[in-house]
Structure formats: C-alpha cells, structure tokens
Design a protein around this ligand. Structure first.
Ligand SMILES: CC(C)(COP(=O)(O)OP(=O)(O)OC[C@H]1O[C@@H](n2cnc3c(N)ncnc32)[C@H](O)[C@@H]1OP(=O)(O)O)[C@@H](O)C(=O)NCCC(=O)NCCS
Length: 148
C-alpha cells in the first residue's frame, strides 16, 4: 500500500549556474558516479542533474521524516533502465532502513524548459509499519489502495 508521496520542482537554470560556479566538487557531493555519467553523456546536462536533485528531494518528502537522520544525497540514486524508465536505488543506512521497513519506490521524472519535476511514491509491503507513523491505509472511499 502507499506509504507516502513526495514531489519536487527544480529550476534548470539555477542548477546550470551552480554547476558553472562550483564545478566537479559540487557534482560529486550531490550525484553518484553513475548519475554523473548519465547526465554528462546527454545533451543539456543541467536538466538531467536538476531532475535528479528533484528526485532526491521528493524521496525525502515521501519518507525522509522516518528514515535515519544521517543520510545524504548520495544515498539516493536515480538509474535508468534500458527503456529510459528511471528507478531509485538506495545505498547505505537509507537503503538498509527502507529494506527493513519493507519499502519500495516508484518514480517519474519530467523536464521542460526551465523546470524539472520529480514524483516519488513509497510503497510498503503489507504488515510492515514504521513506529509512530501509520501508512496511508485507505482512500476516501474506504478501500485499500493497491499498486501493481
Ligand atoms: C518515454 C517518453 C514518454 C518520455 O517523454 P519526454 O517528453 O521525452 O519526457 P520528459 O522530458 O517529460 O521526461 C524525461 C524523463 O522521462 C523519463 N523516461 C524516459 N523514458 C521513460 C520510459 N520509457 N518510461 C518512464 N519514464 C521514462 C526519464 O527519467 C527522463 O529523464 P532523464 O533522461 O533525465 O532520466 C517518450 O520518449 C515517449 O516514448 N513517448 C511516446 C508517447 C506516445 O507514444 N504517446 C502516444 C499517445 S499515449
């Protein structure tokens, strides 16, 4: 069932400026080697970086308040399947916590002009629950939400 959702909008020009100002050091702090390789091989790299930044923010909006406090941008990686479909891969204690609580994620990304948008949906296996925060069990009609 759906545990949480997150959405984030980023400015492509601002990302381009940040990269121009801070260069490689900035990129390596925020993006994994795999993400840097993907973005740098595609034209208009700033939009690909911006949408990955948005995905990391959207991820934390979906579940960040209940995962361990010590996490970083590099724990949340966007990878693309051969079809182009993006998926989230988690690392470190963030990945361990997500596995422990039976969480998996679906993401969707879009970029157009100056904007880059990401949406993350956190799905929790039945019977697993975070302490202190109940997953969304029902929609307005009172029926369980099921994905896939
Ligand atoms: C896959 C597709 C929908 C992407 O459309 P787009 O306008 O280029 O996508 P956006 O610019 O909004 O978003 C780009 C992101 O889409 C995501 N994406 C790419 N291919 C995808 C796929 N097969 N499935 C899901 N997401 C995909 C990627 O994350 C990409 O960003 P990234 O390269 O930085 O990772 C498009 O290439 C396509 O195949 N369109 C066909 C639609 C069609 O047949 N319509 C007929 C009526 S339904």
């Amino acid at each position: 069932m759906i545990y949480g959702v997150g959405i984030d909008l980023q400015s492509v020009p601002q990302m381009g400026e940040a990269i121009g100002r801070q260069g490689e050091r900035f990129l390596r702090k925020i993006f994994t080697p795999g993400e840097i390789a993907y973005c740098s091989k595609h034209g208009g790299a700033a939009r690909h970086y911006a949408v990955r930044w948005a995905a990391k923010e959207a991820f934390y909006k979906a579940v960040g308040d209940v995962l361990p406090r010590k996490y970083g941008f590099l724990d949340v990686e966007v990878r693309n399947l051969p079809s182009g479909r993006p998926v989230l891969e988690l690392h470190g204690s963030t990945g361990e916590a997500a596995a422990h609580y039976g969480l998996s994620f679906r993401i969707s990304l879009s970029h157009s002009g100056d904007y880059a948008l990401a949406q993350v949906i956190a799905i929790q296996e039945a019977g697993r629950a975070f302490p202190g925060l109940e997953p969304m069990r029902e929609h307005a009609a009172g029926e369980a939400i099921r994905l896939c």
